[in-house]
Write a protein that binds this ligand. Structure first.
Ligand SMILES: C[S@@+](CC[C@H](N)C(=O)[O-])C[C@H]1O[C@@H](n2cnc3c(N)ncnc32)[C@H](O)[C@@H]1O
Length: 223
């Protein structure tokens, strides 16, 4: 059986910045492509934390970054889609005098971007890349955490293909708890497990068919 070259396989299973731009541009009605609410599990983990510096990787149209800034975090939010960030800036209307947090939107590829400082919180939701690429992003992010810092990664789980709904249908870009645990370099793992979302009550995937979606959660801290 002939093997497909790794580079071509990566192109087939992941979307480049131009494809994401096209998706965000098609949805540019001010509403965004994704829910305007932060991911529920992310919000639950972050709510008890004292605000500090935060990095949201693959921020998309900005829901998690905006929510964090509204709660007083000084946020750096990175995505390689200019159209996604344009929607995020439009959505980010809450930046009134009341808001103590801030957002620095940065257009960059997270597989190459480097942090110039340490962060008290790093979040990443639904960045679905090939296993080695996602592991490298998580390992690098682990090293950018300040002592006491928290890492929250959430994505579509591989079991979603057989027992869930929505998300990419290629197993090569789907997560497992073991894969996320292994990638968290030098961190103390508080949770590396599946999460079940009920699309009837959860705004993540409004187009889904009513079945529960299976995500993977990594929650880790730097001691
Ligand atoms: C499914 S969206 C999730 C957006 C956001 N995190 C959320 O949960 O609403 C995935 C995002 O990852 C971004 N992305 C994919 N590959 C990327 C890369 N290599 N560097 C930066 N952003 C990337 C896309 O542009 C897109 O905005």
């Amino acid at each position: 059986m002939s093997k497909e070259p790794a580079v071509r396989r990566l192109e087939r299973t992941t979307m480049d910045a131009q494809s994401w731009d096209e998706r965000y541009s098609a949805a540019r009605d001010g509403e965004g492509l994704w829910s305007a609410q932060p991911h529920a599990a992310l919000a639950q983990i972050v709510t008890p934390l004292a605000p500090g510096t935060a990095l949201d990787l693959a921020t998309g149209d900005g829901r998690n970054g905006i929510w964090l800034a509204e709660r007083g975090w000084q946020v750096t939010a990175v995505d390689f889609s200019a159209a996604g960030l344009a929607v995020a800036r439009t959505r980010d209307t809450g930046a009134g005098a009341q808001r103590t947090g801030s957002i620095d939107w940065q257009l960059a590829d997270v597989t190459r971007w480097n942090a110039a400082r340490a962060y008290d919180l790093i979040t990443m939701t639904y960045l679905q890349l090939a296993e080695q690429a996602i592991a490298e992003v998580i390992t690098r992010a682990s090293r950018w955490l300040a002592p006491g810092g928290t890492l929250v990664v959430i994505g579509h789980d591989r079991d979603n293909l057989t027992g869930g709904t929505g998300g990419p249908q290629d197993p090569a870009v789907l997560y497992t708890p073991d894969m996320l645990r292994a990638a968290a370099d030098g961190l103390r793992i508080l949770a590396a497990r599946q999460l079940t979302r009920n699309p009837a009550t959860d705004p993540e995937s409004p187009g889904d068919n009513g079945q529960s979606a299976i995500d993977t959660l990594l929650h880790a801290v730097k001691d």
